[in-house]
Design a binder for this molecule. Structure first.
Ligand code: WT7
Length: 635
């Protein structure tokens, strides 16, 4: 038991050392003591980063929902599992107890079965932040169907790409969604997407906004009547440890998103263990993560991690600015939230409003503040620490990725002394290394390099759906026998890590991971566009924003450039979603290219960040003359 809940720094080092020296014994003990298994494993770990292949708890049989729900019923049946806070503050919050959650998940699971969904089938869940989203996710897990949750802010094209990539048979959605004062026609987006998804047989529709929508005969059904008619008992499917639990897409450096595959046992063990320790969760705490379940943060730390610990997890439908910028603080006071987990971009947006709206609420319930999704800058860190935590609640700056499944580098609150902008120390079981450009490991402290992980952890994604070669190429080819994260990092004089940002073609905008290639592909579909290149530049709220350099087929294009800018952003919105819109679009006669024809984004990146005196070597360019004209016309 002592290993499960770390209470002081010495214990952290002790447990950490054990987890590194004897990883198999370490994780075996955690798995044995804190979860229920239909059958124990034959082997704790088998791995080979060259193939690459990672298997944890091979031979074990389990169902994750028995760990997240059933086993709590005896002692926590009446405890709130999910605390739903609606978009509209005047609508009552809903407390869903573990018993009610059990009944609703089982009913939903029976509905899925009645519609022919079986173990291994893929189900796409495109639902806003309402209880049905968590319940649908767990219902899939109950019967062994692989869920693919698509963030309900993605466009119809992004949705259909994801549905087709993993051959989903069913889509679960809602009539629409609330977002502050706006409503969004989700079912309309699904209808559009499904025009190009022949494999989808059924669409189950939750009623949320009571809008008048089209229901396609034979394909679409209202969810509620089906749930009402279904039994509240559904036997859990017995899964193998390495059976896929879900697919979650993340953008990459080529057009197609990567369907990261997470499997059952290792993911469960790691998300539960990190949740307990990184948030120092105690039995009666109320925990709130503001992310959307459509991202990995929501999968691991709204749904699976908290529920595996029998926690109370808040599910918030709305946005931080509605009805005003005090909404987060209002919710913390109202539900006496103890652990609060959000993104730097939200903190910066709220800080911009001043402290007036923070000070009027009672935030004294808070014990731990979390940050995730991008580096947290010093100013935001202090604002969060001073005004939200009142200097009493440690900030945990948690670094991790969709691919890692769970938190990888973080302070443990009340255990690890924090340092602004530092994610600090590796979590138990995690072996980070920094590599230089020649593929050598940088040993010792006060070094700066590319962040890799040299030993597997239980929740590492096992593959990219349908494309193991791409998985190998993206994560295991840059450095021998290492998982490469795509991030740069430095290690300070005491061994604390600070993440310095992406070193590839991924840009983090408002905490959202955006590959440049899919955006460029979208822009290039505009009939007037010849070529484009996207880079990131610093933005005071979003962290990074997108700067697009676009060449036109006919530079003397008679349409005014502002119209073209609008059209380009419109195309991006249609292909990806509004989060990928460009802040700046510069039209140029050419883009700087290498002799082999590759666009030199490095130079464009420097120009967009106003670092003109630091452009590096431009002599190898095919067309060095365009650089000056790009500088002269910069926005
Ligand atoms: C990328 C992963 C982890 C869930 C949300 C994002 C960046 C994430 C931090 C942090 C600095 C961070 C990295 C990473 N990132 N957390 N605490 N400090 N950077 O998941 O969409 O897969 O993005 O987000 O660049 O590689 P994701």
């Amino acid at each position: 038991m002592s290993n499960y809940h770390i209470k002081h720094l010495e214990e952290y080092y002790q447990v950490y050392r054990k987890s590194i020296r004897e990883p198999e014994n370490f994780w075996e003990e955690i798995a044995e003591e804190h979860f229920i298994w239909r059958k124990k494993w034959d082997k704790v770990l088998e791995w080979d980063f060259k193939k690459p292949e990672v298997k944890w708890f091979q031979g074990a049989k389990l169902n994750i929902t028995e760990n997240c729900i059933d086993r709590h019923l005896a002692t926590r049946g009446d405890k709130t599992a999910i605390l739903f806070e609606p978009n509209n503050p005047d609508e009552a919050a809903e407390h869903i107890t573990y018993l009610q959650l059990s009944e609703r998940v089982n009913q939903f699971a029976n509905v899925l079965k009645d519609h022919g969904i079986k173990k291994g089938d893929r189900v796409c869940i495109y639902v806003p932040m309402i209880p049905e989203l968590a319940i649908a996710t767990l219902a899939c897990a109950r019967i062994g169907a692989i869920h693919s949750v698509v963030f309900a802010g993605f466009s119809s094209t992004a949705l259909s790409t994801r549905i087709n990539d993993s051959d989903c048979k069913m889509v679960i959605t809602s009539d629409g969604s609330y977002r502050g004062a706006k409503t969004i026609d989700l079912k309309g987006i699904v209808d559009e997407a499904l025009e190009s998804c022949p494999g989808v047989e059924n669409v189950l529709v939750a009623k949320r906004i009571n809008s008048d929508i089209d229901m396609k005969q034979g394909r679409d059904k209202w969810l509620q009547p089906l749930l009402d008619a279904a039994s509240t008992k559904c036997e859990a499917e017995v899964m193998d440890a390495e059976d896929p639990l879900f697919i979650l897409y993340t953008s990459g450096s080529t057009g197609l998103p990567k369907g990261m595959v997470h499997t059952t046992a290792g993911y469960m063990v790691y998300t539960a263990y990190t949740f307990k320790n990184a948030f120092q969760y105690k039995e009666n705490d109320v925990y709130w993560c503001t992310a959307d379940i459509g991202w990995i943060t929501g999968h691991s730390y709204i749904v699976y991690g908290p529920l595996a610990n029998g926690a109370t997890t808040v599910l918030f439908e709305g946005v931080p600015s509605y009805p005003d910028f005090g909404r987060f603080w209002n919710i913390i006071e109202k539900h006496k939230v103890n652990q609060f987990y959000t993104a730097p971009t939200a903190i910066r947006a709220l800080a911009k409003q001043g402290t007036g709206l923070v000070d009027i609420y009672d935030l004294s319930s808070l014990k731990v503040l979390g940050s995730v999704g991008e580096p947290i800058n010093e100013e935001a860190w202090h604002w969060y620490n001073d005004n939200v935590g009142k200097k009493k609640s440690p900030i945990i700056d948690t670094w991790w990725q969709t691919e890692t499944g769970g938190i990888m580098i973080t302070p443990i609150p009340y255990v690890t002394p924090t340092k602004p902008t530092y994610a600090t120390l590796p979590f138990i079981g995690i072996q980070p290394v920094l590599m230089d450009e020649n593929g050598e490991e940088l040993k010792g402290n006060q070094v700066d390099g590319r962040l890799c992980i040299k030993f597997p952890w239980p929740s590492i994604a096992r593959t990219i759906w349908g494309n193991h070669e791409r998985y190998k190429e993206t994560y295991f080819s840059a450095y021998k026998n290492m998982y490469f994260t795509g991030d740069g990092a430095l290690r300070d004089e005491v061994g604390y890590y600070r993440i310095t940002g992406r070193v590839d073609d991924v840009i983090i905008v408002s905490g959202h991971n955006l590959g440049t290639a899919p955006i460029e592909d979208a822009i290039n579909e505009h009939p007037a566009v010849a070529e484009s290149a996207i880079v990131g530049f610093p933005h005071d709220i979003k962290g990074s924003a997108l700067y697009g350099y676009v060449t036109l087929k006919d530079f003397g294009e008679t349409r005014v450039h502002d119209n073209l800018r609008r059209e380009i952003n419109q195309i991006i919105t249609e292909h990806i979603g509004p989060i990928a819109k460009l802040d700046k679009i510069q039209f140029s006669e050419g883009l700087p290219k290498t002799r082999s024809g590759k666009i030199m984004r490095r130079i464009l990146r420097k120009i967009s960040c106003n670092e003109m005196d630091n452009l590096g070597d431009t002599s190898t360019l095919l067309n060095p003359e365009v650089v000056q004209s790009i500088i002269d016309n910069r926005l």
